[in-house]
Write a protein that binds this ligand. Structure first.
Ligand code: HEC
Length: 230
């Protein structure tokens, strides 16, 4: 019992070190077991109280909702990532061809756009675009959209007084083109949660959705006759 003997000798040492042991031994006595008053070292207490005090504003900022949540940060990063990808594609024109082929031909862009859609649009349009307070984007009926370019315009400018926000304030142009392309790509899908059709039934887009984004990627025509007939 090496411990016991060292405690005993320490106790006798402390009690011999002056009147009342300079308050080094606490008053209580458990069946003869006495306790030293050993305060934690200053650096330890400073760390403990420092982290405790730090936790209060941290909790309020990140958990009560003043600051960005992890989700907000993720969404911002995904947005930047997707925008960088979009920028790498060059100028994205908000024309029918781009809107009907951009995410349709690029699964990675489509995944990025779907994350943006779920974090910004799903509250009103449903996670798969089947519609909630906002209209169903998966069916053939549209309220504001008459032609593919309108996806871009409606998303950028919103529909004032009808509850569709103007996302032009929030997103850059390539991101808006991406969102437009993603919204267009939802047509003809089968969301689990689907709202009744609203607006007018539109004929299928005249530009095929599978049209390649870049004409350079189009298969070469098999005929070799030149336009001038030579
Ligand atoms: C706060 C709810 C809300 C959010 C969030 C929202 N929308 Fe909408 N959206 C609406 C409503 C409501 C309409 C229908 C407006 C009308 O009745 O004219 C609409 C219409 C649309 C339309 C036109 C549909 C049609 O039938 O013509 C598109 C496309 C669209 N939203 C895409 C988006 C995208 C993409 C996002 C996310 C970036 C988004 N919306 C976020 C409420 C919302």
């Amino acid at each position: 019992m090496a411990n016991t003997s060292s405690v005993t000798s320490a106790t006798s040492h402390a009690s011999s070190s002056g009147p009342a042991g300079e308050a080094k031994i606490l008053d209580h006595n458990y069946d003869g077991i006495r306790e030293y008053d050993n305060p934690m070292p200053f650096w330890w207490s400073a760390l403990f109280w420092g982290s405790f005090i730090f936790s209060v504003p941290y909790y309020i900022y990140y958990h009560v909702g003043v600051g960005p949540t992890l989700n907000d940060n993720l969404e911002a990063e995904v947005g930047e990532f997707v925008e960088a990808q979009a920028a790498a594609l060059g100028d994205l024109k908000p024309d029918a061809k781009t809107i009907l082929s951009l995410v349709q031909n690029d699964p990675k862009l489509k995944t990025g756009a779907s994350v943006m859609f779920r974090s910004n649009c799903a509250t009103c349009h449903g996670p798969e675009g089947g519609g909630r307070t906002g209209p169903n984007l998966a069916d053939d009926s549209y309220i504001n959209v008459k032609q593919p370019e309108d996806f871009f315009k409606v998303i950028r400018d919103g529909v004032s007084g009808k509850g569709m926000p103007d996302w032009g304030k929030r997103f850059s142009e390539p991101q808006l083109v991406l969102l437009a392309s993603y919204a267009a790509s939802l047509r003809g899908t089968n969301p689990a949660e689907a709202k009744e059709a609203q607006g007018t039934v539109l004929p299928q887009w005249s530009v095929p959705a599978s049209a390649p984004a870049d004409p350079a990627n189009a298969p070469a025509p098999s005929g070799t006759s030149k336009p001038d007939g030579t």
